[in-house]
Structures are given as C-alpha cells and as structure tokens.
Design a binder for this molecule. Structure first.
Ligand code: T4K
Length: 376
C-alpha cells in the first residue's frame, strides 16, 4: 500500500484541472470522442508548430507509433534491423511483431546509446534498417548513423520514446531519421495519459502512417491499405493540449533536480552519474540513471535497490534485463542470449534509475542522496 512518504520512480504531471474541464465541456458539446475530432486536430496543429514539422501523426500510445513507423517504411519482411537491447521491451517487441528480426548492437559506456563503431560489423545482405534508442533522452550519434545508413541503403527509425523536448542543433531531435517516434505515456515528461507521436522525414510516409492508423480508410467508400486502429482519442488530445504550454516549466524543474542529484552523488566512490555528452544537444532530463560498481561501492545494484526500498524509495532497474535475454525470446531466438554485448550487459547489471518527476522536491532528492551516500 502506498504511504505518504513513499517516493516512486516517477509520477505523472497533471495540468490545471479547470483547464482540462474546459476541454471536457467542449468534447461534451461536440459529441465527438475520437476519430480525429476537434481536440485531435488542435493538438496536432500545436505540435506541428512546436516541432516545426507538418509530417506528424498522433497515436494511442508510443508502442503503436513504433509499430506503425516500422510498417510504413517499405522494408523487406523478414529483414534484419540493428538495434540495442538496453531499452524498454517495447522496442524489441515492435521489431518482432512487425515481422523483422532484431540484431543487437552494443551500447556506449558514456551515454548508453548505440555504439556506432559496432554497427557496420553487424550489417549483412539481410539488413533493412537501424533502430537506435535515444535512451533516457540522451542523444544517439545521429550524424554517424545517417552516414552508415546512407552508405548501406538502410532506413533509420528512432525510438525517441524518452526524448520529447530534446533539441539537437536547434531543432527537435524528433526530426532525425526516416521516422522518429515518441511516447506520451503517463510516466513520460509530457503525457497525454497514453499517447504517442511520429515525425516522418517525407510526406508520403506520413500519409501512409495516417492511413495505417485508421484501418487504411482513404475515402468514404475506399480502403487502400491494410491498416489497424491506433488513433489518439479526444480525451488524451485534450490532456496534451492542456499540458503542452507547461513543457518548458517541467523540463526546467527536472533540470534543477537532475543537477542536485549530480552535485550530491558525483563524488561518491562506486557510483557513476551520467549526463548528455553532445554539446549541440539540449536534453530533457527524462530520467536520472546511475550505475553502481559493487567492488568500489561495497554493495551491488540489487542491494542498493533494496536499501532504498526499505526507506520508502522505489528506484527502478530500467533497463534490466536486456531485451535480448528476456524469457519470451529464449525459445524462438536461442542465439540472442549469447550475443556479444559486453558494455550493455555490464551496465544492465549495474543500472538504477532514481526518482525524478515534476512534483519531486529538493528535500526528497537530498533524502535519496543521503541514503545513497551512507556507503559501507
Ligand atoms: N520505447 C521505449 C524506449 C520506452 O521506454 C517505451 C515505454 C516505449 C517505447 C513504449 O511507449 P508506450 O507505448 O508506453 O507509450 C513504464 C511505462 O509504462 C512505459 O511507457 C515506459 N516506456 C517504461 C520505461 O516504463 P512500467 O511497467 O515500468 O510502469 P509502471 O506502471 O510500473 O510505472 C512506474 C511508476 O510510475 C510506478 O511505480 C508508479 C508511477 N506511476 C505510473 C503510472 C502509470 C504513477 O504514479 N501513475 C501512473 O499513472 O513501464
């Protein structure tokens, strides 16, 4: 049972209730609850302005946005997609659900994104795409990924589920790749309860996604594609509309808490803290990951997680286990668990993501750090 002093890894940001109720009144007046009604259209317009793209689509969740991205790109079914296993399982499930085979690439020590130096060794005549993850909102090396993709004629799909609000070279990071998707889940920095979005680099792909997410319906009496249903409804769009203006404020508060964690933990022997490594990137402070070196700290990651929990602090092991090692894949792809992923395996065994959310107070961060600094 949740106690008052309990601190969870995250807590959704809730916008001004009166403003949300105003939107609900409009929904009641319109009688339109879904299928791209007025709220959806207004939210889409506001996002277009914010992201400086008119090639965007809104989804009922991030996972559907990712699957739709994979389906929209004309990649040969059964082809291989190079990706990382240090991610939420959605990334790998989407690849498999869409009829492709994941090929796992190791990650970098410094920001846990795909190691671009290890991609080309994995390319075969079956490779059709690269699906890197801007994990924790830290930027992948988009320049190198683009070069490799161009040279080998591969599509790029970014899992930017954590990266709404991240900017690279002065533009939203969602504008990179053939398609980027993000998540608006309740646990994300900006939420629409459940929701997701794609940004495509070409209008034809964006149009195809629009069809795919609504059964392929292209006219009153016409269905031109075999699609499904993954549209965002009016209530979620209203949540997004009410919250969008608060995004900068949310990121600013998270930065304060993020910096306080770093200040309090960076000198602790055995604890490694992380930050955005690219000076051209403005990050969104989506998560606060640390790794714990058992030898130096005196206790391993699991022990630290338990100690925090005994103090009412519920950190999470995002992302352990690696998706390549998950039970669901052991039978169909027994080779996955043997993949050579030294950095990803080490980090997955040492990772802990600490609580970080808008309502978290500085005194909470200090309390968490006090527990972590009480090193044996
Ligand atoms: N790609 C990546 C890289 C992703 O990380 C994700 C999702 C996706 C794709 C797919 O996007 P979506 O289809 O989800 O839009 C959570 C989220 O459900 C998931 O969205 C997220 N990534 C993943 C990293 O974390 P869980 O199973 O850890 O969530 P849960 O329910 O344990 O919540 C975590 C904590 O948040 C709880 O301890 C309490 C708090 N919480 C949660 C919810 C839902 C609240 O206080 N209120 C709430 O309403 O997966």
């Amino acid at each position: 049972m949740k106690k008052d002093k309990d601190i969870f890894v995250t807590k959704p940001y809730l916008p001004n209730l009166d403003e949300y109720i105003e939107c609900l009144k409009k929904i009641w007046e319109s009688d339109i609850l879904t299928n791209k009604g007025p709220m959806y259209c207004e939210f889409l317009k506001e996002l277009s302005n914010k992201l400086k793209s008119d090639r965007i689509n809104l989804f009922c969740n991030g996972h559907s946005a990712l699957e739709c991205s994979l389906k929209s790109l004309e990649m040969k079914k059964g082809g291989e997609i190079i990706t990382t296993p240090f991610t939420f399982v959605s990334t790998t499930h989407a690849i498999v659900n869409c009829g492709f085979k994941p090929v796992f690439c190791d990650i970098k020590e410094d920001n846990m994104t795909i190691d671009v130096n290890k991609i080309e060794n994995l390319i075969t005549d079956k490779t059709v795409g690269i699906l890197p993850v801007h994990v924790y909102g830290f930027s992948c090396n988009t320049e190198e990924i683009e070069k490799i993709a161009k040279k080998n004629n591969l599509k790029i799909i970014y899992d930017a589920a954590h990266a709404f609000g991240v900017e690279k070279n002065g533009k939203s990071i969602l504008n990179y790749g053939d398609v980027s998707m993000t998540s608006f889940h309740a646990t994300k920095i900006f939420n629409t309860i459940e929701g997701g979005l794609t940004v495509s680099n070409n209008s034809e792909i964006a149009k195809k996604q629009e069809l795919l997410q609504n059964f392929g319906i292209s006219g009153y009496d016409e269905v031109s594609l075999i699609g499904g249903n993954s549209k965002m409804n009016e209530f979620c769009a209203a949540m997004g509309l009410t919250t969008l203006k608060d995004v900068d404020k949310i990121i600013e508060k998270r930065k304060k808490l993020f910096d306080l964690y770093t200040e309090s933990l960076e000198d602790v022997e055995g604890i490694k803290v992380y930050k955005e490594t690219d000076s051209n990137v403005k990050t969104n402070y989506a998560y606060y990951p640390i790794t714990i070196n058992e030898e130096k700290y005196g206790t391993g990651r699991n022990g630290v997680c338990e100690t925090l929990a005994s103090n009412g602090i519920y950190a999470r092991k995002y992302f352990f286990p690696l998706t390549s090692d998950m039970e669901c894949y052991r039978k169909i792809y027994p080779e996955f668990i043997k993949t050579d992923l030294p950095v990803a395996r080490k980090i997955a065994n040492e990772i802990l993501t600490l609580p970080l959310y808008y309502d978290l107070e500085e005194k909470d961060v200090k309390r968490i750090c006090k527990v972590l600094r009480r090193k044996k």
